[in-house]
Design a protein around this ligand. Sequence first.
Ligand SMILES: [Ca+2]
Ligand SMILES: [Ca+2]
Length: 88
Amino acid sequence: MLRIPLLSAFIICFSITQAQTNDLIGDLNQDGFIDVLDIVVLVNIITGQIDASEYQLWAGDLNSDAGSDILDVVQLVNVIIVPLDCGD
Ligand SMILES: [Ca+2]
Ligand SMILES: [Ca+2]
């Protein structure tokens, strides 16, 4: 479990999962899983660090608006992050 302090009073607790998928949207590196590596690929595409393939442009367009931006990253993060009770 990761604990990230926000400001000084709030802590967000979450774990990162690896979700196997049958369809491939979100699976930018085509390894059959949607995980943090796909987020890295998507961020690299958005920041211009890599040239996206046609497949990656499709797989990274999670909100189906025909573009890749931070909104797609947020949706991809929401796929792999599972909120947990901090138990405080
Ligand atoms: Ca993947
Ligand atoms: Ca999009």
